[in-house]
Design a protein around this ligand. Structure first.
Ligand SMILES: [Zn+2]
Length: 146
């Protein structure tokens, strides 16, 4: 799973988690469900005390985890969003440059007048060509030669 997916709905999931957490805590449902399981188990001594404490603090731990999930998710999504925007901008600039080059070429092409037949070999000028396709001579009619 990518971070992207992991944080996609962190705000919604985080809030849902906090709401459920508060609900379980306020209604005492959490302790009613979990504490008997531990108390009826055959655990003893340090392990029992550790688990007992863990259960007691679990709602707090979950609360902190959910808040951290929301906060890091928001920060990550913001950064990811900015990164995406940068990529889109880059692509637009590239496209714009390509279009500009075509327009420049066209403008350069339209600046000149062209011979219909090559002045060098007499071949007919092909459409949109600036040099002869056969001998490579320039087909541009120089202004001063008019
Ligand atoms: Zn020619």
């Amino acid at each position: 799973m990518t971070l992207n997916k992991f944080f996609k709905y962190s705000l919604q999931i985080g809030i849902a988690g906090i709401v459920i957490n508060i609900f379980l805590f306020v209604t005492n449902l959490y302790y009613e469900l979990v504490v008997p399981v531990i108390e009826n188990s055959s655990l003893e001594g340090a392990v029992f005390i550790f688990l007992d404490n863990l259960i007691f603090y679990t709602p707090c731990i979950f609360m902190v985890l959910f808040v951290a999930y929301i906060v890091t998710g928001q920060i990550y999504n913001k950064k990811y969003h900015v990164r995406n925007e940068d990529k889109v901008t880059e692509k637009l600039v590239e496209k714009n440059e390509a279009v500009q080059k075509v327009l420049d070429d066209k403008a350069e092409f339209l600046k000149h007048k062209y011979y219909t037949n090559c002045p060098n070999c007499g071949s007919v000028r092909e459409e949109n060509k600036t040099v002869c396709s056969f001998c490579g001579a320039s087909l541009i009619i120089e202004k001063d030669k008019k």
